[in-house]
Design a protein around this ligand. Structure first.
Ligand code: ZN
Length: 229
């Protein structure tokens, strides 16, 4: 009998431990369960920051604009009970110290993608603004990775919501092969919120009420996408 317990007790403890690991109540699983009404956890990525200001236009920095819109988006999503985190909430970058140029940029982008993965994000929205001397019209534009149908669906819903903004130039959502998109396996988008060198877009983009409207449209798109699932 003593011999039985000699083996049975450790075996029992191993079974309890294994059950604990696979149980839906185990802490490991619970940590991945995100609070809120929807089964979504949005990683908001305000583009650029730190050493990289993004595009510049008459004293405007893309990095600052992306951050302002990102903060609004987090608030709008919170209002809809959709939990969201930001890759950055201050003017920082994620490049490994000592790197320069394209290597620094790649290291910065890789860190952003990894953050979404590590935190178990189910959706990734990177915010940007454009400058193009060739652009004759402005407008917000949503990009998605071509090989992710769910990303395309989310992109098209958000693009349609953006069309409803006052004075919005109606552009189409487009597939693109950007690093931030092709290295994700969750619906990932890059949203170019408008053109800083097109005066109509510029004056709207710098206005906090418009930034809020823009964020609201994106959040409504996220909600509609989740409702459709
Ligand atoms: Zn950008």
């Amino acid at each position: 009998m003593k011999r039985f317990w000699h083996y049975a007790l450790p075996l029992f403890l191993i079974l309890v431990f294994a059950a604990f690991l696979v149980s839906p109540l185990s802490p490991a699983k619970k940590a991945l369960t995100v609070p809120g009404k929807w089964p979504a956890y949005v990683m908001i990525d305000p583009g650029h920051g730190g050493y990289d200001p993004g595009v510049l236009s008459d004293g405007l920095r893309e990095a600052d604009l992306a951050l302002s819109i990102g903060k609004e988006l987090q608030k709008e999503l919170a209002d809809q009970m959709i939990p969201a985190v930001m890759t950055r909430s201050t003017d920082i970058d994620f490049a490994q110290p000592g790197l320069r140029g394209i290597t620094a940029k790649r290291s910065d982008l890789a860190r952003r993608v990894n953050m979404a993965f590590e935190q178990g994000a189910t959706m990734y929205i990177s915010l940007h603004a454009n400058v193009s001397p060739l652009a004759t019209r402005g407008g917000a534009e949503v990009f998605y990775p071509a090989d992710l149908p769910e990303a395309k669906k989310l992109a098209e819903i958000i693009q349609k919501k953006l069309h409803a903004l006052p004075g919005m130039t109606k552009r189409d959502a487009k597939a693109a092969n950007y690093y931030l998109l092709r290295n994700q396996n969750i619906p990932a988008l890059i949203i170019e919120c408008g053109y800083l060198n097109i005066s109509g877009d510029r004056s709207k983009l710098i206005s906090p009420p418009y930034q809020r409207q823009l964020a609201q449209a994106i959040a409504e798109g996220v909600q509609e996408y989740l409702d459709s699932k």
